[in-house]
Design a binder for this molecule. Sequence first.
Ligand code: TXA
Ligand code: MG
Length: 318
Amino acid sequence: MDGAEQISRAAGIIKQGGVVAFPTETVYGLGTNAFNEKSVARVFEVKKRPSFDPLIVHIDNENWLTELVHRIPEKAKILIDAFWPGPLSIVLPKRSKVPDIVTAGLPGVALRMPSNLVALTLIREAGVPLAAPSANPFGAISPTLASHVKEQLGEDIDMILDGGPCSVGIESTVISFLESEPVLLRAGGAELEEIQKLIGKVKVASAMEHISHSPGRCERHYSPSTPLTRLSDPKYIPTELRAGLISVAPIEKKNLPPNIVSVEILSGSGDLREAACNLFAAMRRLDSSDLEVIYSLPLSNQGLGLAINDRLSRAAVR
Ligand code: TXA
Ligand code: MG
């Protein structure tokens, strides 16, 4: 089967109430018909995801907006125009057409139009919005390759649509418009600085607020099974334990202590986009390298650094 046939087959499975892993520019998603409560329930089950954690609804064109949400504030419209299709999810007041199971009973639905062509074609051919979380077991590292999905969920789902590596590699930024001012619920592929240039200050929800606004934001997440420790000073890399090291930029390997047996440089030029794209695959490689601990070097919160730091700090929670 060629690519187009694969997409048609996947769309057919969605129409029949099935569950399909599909590529997006951020990470692979585990998609199903957002209007089919039964198949949405199966997504929660396959992922072992708690039912209080809502799913993002993926659309292929803006006509869906009037069917899915009540109103679109001006600032949300500006972000939609600027970032869609792309790695930005926007939470808006949902219409009753969106089943409560999708939003975990919350009044808002998170919407996103991915830029990945396979994803867009799949949604168009399925003819319905796709409710889709990242295609990993709850709490584990998000998949950026079809093979990652196969390893973790392959047995339990109806099909994996292989679209190659994800180009952004880190999940979408999530912004809520349910309150009078926009609130950042998750840092991600769309940079906060770029968003604030267009709509002014965006409130960054505190950890507690995160949990009530966006229950998926439990602290521990994106976790390798090897413990991960974030270092606050690159000068002091612990010399104990058989360890791996994650660094965004190149480092002098000859200065590293001998206990550091694997090193993952996320970008040869220190580029944060490239680093974000490589982060999850690097975490997976280190996790399968028989290490006692993974250390990560500090990184500024600028640009995609905010999202990378968020993922590393939550991977570090035991
Ligand atoms: O890039 C992405 O966003 C990927 C791809 C597949 O689109 N999806 C993804 O989904 O990362 P997931 O389920 O792993 O993370 C979605 C996040 C969770 O933190 C969830 O709590 C939040 O978005 N979220 C989803 N719907 C929400 C809603 N209605 N209100 C508040 N937060 C919501
Ligand atoms: Mg996820």
